[in-house]
Design a protein around this ligand. Structure first.
Ligand code: GAL
Length: 679
């Protein structure tokens, strides 16, 4: 449990506004100008020093804190708090030159050179010792500084390494996980292709091999790599906590990042922070953003989280970096708040003059204050001050969707019936819920499910016995689940669960799968559901029933006449099993049944493209209406609500609110119960 004093909102009430600040790229004169402009923009928090190691310690042991002392003081004098970073994400050139073992090695065995960032081996004792030393020095020097609000450890931890130091740690980790070499052989199925190990010295990292890698070893390596980085985070966190027990400690996560199991990471930090760059070229990027926001909120059980980085306009890391059109940055910011963020921050405050990201947008662009971006940044800062009462409130969902890193790693493993993308599959399950304005939490199958009426389980290929048991108990006691194909197939060691497919779910779905049957990408099959036809692709389970009723049937292809969807009443609950990948309309039609069964309702019905999300607090509920579309939309708003952004009292019964494209409304109304179709 997080200590409540570690909740960042306790130190920074209201909605926090700010961004990354890199003063070591600028002169003192600019710092003063920056601080004055930050005030003008409503900036309250800046992340400082994320990549400052070589400015803070230009040579081994030579600490130069003078410039940071001054920056901290200037910021404080201007009422701006600091999210002070430990600089481990970019070790200075001297460290790598004097101690080459701090550099990482890639899978092919090539040593990575300096000249960019994240060039460290997380197993290197020298790297750890030096990064901890400077972290400690920062904590000792600034722990009592009045500007200090939180610690930002490293940056977007993502390094993977295949050096001998990591090999040794991998063996230690494996011994710890499996207990003995004999058990490891069993869990990894090493009798296949004569991989049986007779001594620990033979066990190595998954370096390039002649054919396919052993999937169980690969899966363990991914677990290990996430844990190894987490160790680095934990060690620095503990230093900061020991010196400044009252200051929250966190790091920043990335959107859909496969390299770290954030479920495990979130448990180790005081608040969750996300960096997110929805691509303006992708007309649906706000939907995947919504999913990531729900995930961030759920990682710490609904606790407010920080949007730690976003772009004020274009990024610079893609081949084509489109600007955000007028109002879209504001819209995206309010979307994050709607999904539980209590901080809106940017990379970065002032656009850099040089380096890899000189054309990345910033709060203060190269062209200065006479720009659309600056105006939008200042306007948003102003507006956020009107939303103070929303900080600390949270979402309440009757539906949870399952997202699990271990499953992600395993289900995209080698030599499966077809290539599956977990992100794509989960998004296809999330999107129709999002389009209906169904509030959704994001959980793993280990989480407490008792508060939800419906659990949506997209392709949970890995299923442990404990998870299967929990799921079964949940359904029997009245829960509803929707499970899609290629679920419950293997145990946590990627070994097929015996007894036929889906071994882990046989007692749940009221049927079984005789054979997996993937479809070529250009082939569709027809599916009949409740008297009308839709289509499906990618995959077909050859399903037979055993207690379930058939909700949909194939009407062509070699499985013509066979079941595509099963509905199984079990105890007081219902399991719906989807054996294919339905079209959008098909998915929608199936959800009509599933949501009605589970008695789950939308927060509000809105025209296409308009998102409705609600946060709830002791003083009331806050309904966010966000027009992501390109046309103005008319929305019938609930009675008795006041619009917070304009101050306009919006509502009498049946009143209509018009939202222009990219516009946002926040309606305050009496505290609402979780959306329920019985209500
Ligand atoms: C983030 C990173 C920042 C900056 C930004 C550019 O992933 O943390 O340092 O590189 O991307 O969009």
């Amino acid at each position: 449990m997080t200590n409540p004093i570690h909740n960042f909102t306790a130190r920074l009430p209201g909605i926090v506004y700010g961004g990354d600040y890199n003063p070591d790229q600028w002169t003192r004169e600019t710092w003063l100008e920056d601080a004055a402009l930050m005030r003008q923009a409503g900036v309250r928090l800046v992340s400082v020093g994320v990549f400052s190691w070589s400015s803070l310690e230009p040579a081994d042991g030579q600490l130069e804190f003078g410039w940071l002392d001054e920056v901290m003081d200037i910021l404080h004098e201007h009422g701006i708090s600091v999210n002070l970073s430990t600089p481990n994400a970019a070790p200075p050139p001297w460290l790598a030159t004097e101690h080459p073992e701090v550099l990482p090695t890639n899978r092919e065995g090539r040593k990575i050179a300096i000249g960019s960032r994240a060039h460290f081996c997380p197993s290197s004792a020298v790297y750890r010792e030096r990064s901890q030393k400077i972290a400690r020095a920062l904590a000792e020097r600034y722990g009592n500084h009045p500007a200090l609000a939180m610690w930002h450890i490293g940056n977007e931890y993502h390094t993977q390494c295949f050096c001998d130091q990591c090999g040794a740690r991998f063996r230690d980790w494996l011994l710890d996980r499996h207990g003995s070499l004999e058990v490891l052989n069993e869990h990894w199925g090493t009798t296949f292709w004569s991989q049986r190990y007779s001594d620990w010295s033979q066990v190595d990292l998954p370096k390039p091999v002649m054919g396919n890698v052993n999937p169980a070893r690969e899966l363990d390596f991914k677990r290990f790599s996430s844990e190894l980085l987490l160790d680095c985070f934990r060690e620095e966190r503990d230093i900061m906590r020991a010196i400044t027990p009252e200051i929250p400690v966190l790091t920043n996560f990335m959107r859909f990042f496969p390299g770290a199991d954030y479920t495990r990471w979130a448990a180790e930090e005081d608040a969750v922070a996300l960096d997110i760059y929805p691509n303006p070229a992708d007309a649906e990027s706000h939907i995947t953003a919504a999913f990531n926001y729900d995930l961030m909120r759920s990682l710490k059980g609904g606790q407010p989280w920080l949007m730690m980085e976003q772009a004020s306009s274009a990024v610079s890391q893609w081949p084509l970096n489109l600007v955000k059109k007028p109002g879209r940055m504001r819209l995206g910011s309010f979307q994050a708040i709607a999904h539980g963020a209590d901080a809106v921050m940017f990379f970065q405050w002032r656009a850099s003059r040089y380096g890899q990201e000189k054309f990345h947008s910033a709060m203060l662009p190269h062209s200065g204050t006479d720009t659309r971006t600056w105006q939008e940044v200042v306007d948003l800062g102003q507006e956020l001050t009107q939303l103070e009462e929303i900080a600390g409130t949270t979402a309440e969902a009757a539906v949870a969707i399952v997202w699990d890193w271990e499953n992600w790693w395993a289900m995209e493993g080698v030599a499966h019936p077809t290539k599956l993308s977990y992100v794509d599959i989960v998004t296809r399950h999330f999107t129709p819920l999002w389009r209906r304005n169904i509030a959704t939490d994001v959980i793993t199958l280990d989480a407490d499910m008792s508060g939800y009426r419906l659990i949506v389980i997209p392709n949970s290929y890995v299923l442990s016995e404990a998870q299967a048991e929990q799921l079964s108990a949940y359904v029997r006691s009245g829960g509803h689940v929707l499970i899609s194909f290629f679920s419950g197939v293997v145990d946590e060691h990627d070994r097929v669960i015996p007894g036929g497919y889906p071994g882990g779910l046989l007692s749940l779905i009221g049927g079984r799968v005789r054979e997996f049957s993937p479809l070529p990408s250009d082939e569709r099959v027809r599916v009949e559901m409740r008297g009308s036809e839709t289509d499906a692709g990618l995959w077909q389970d050859d399903l037979v029933t055993d207690g379930a009723t058939v909700l949909a049937t194939y009407t062509d292809g070699y499985l013509e006449g066979e079941a595509a969807i099963l509905r199984h009443e079990l105890g007081d609950g219902v399991v719906t099993y989807l054996g294919t990948q339905l079209s959008e309309t098909g998915m929608d039609r199936m959800l009509d049944t599933v949501l009605a069964d589970a008695q789950v309702a939308a927060v509000l019905e809105t025209p296409a493209g308009v998102e409705a999300v609600e946060r709830h607090g002791p003083e009331g509920s806050y309904l966010f209406l966000l027009n992501h579309g390109q046309h103005s939309a008319e929305i019938t708003v609930p009675p008795g609500a006041a619009e917070l952004l304009s101050g306009r009292v919006a509502v009498v019964a049946g009143d209509t609110l018009t939202l222009e494209p990219a516009a946002v409304a926040v309606l305050k109304r009496d505290r609402q119960p979780v959306a329920d179709s019985r209500a």
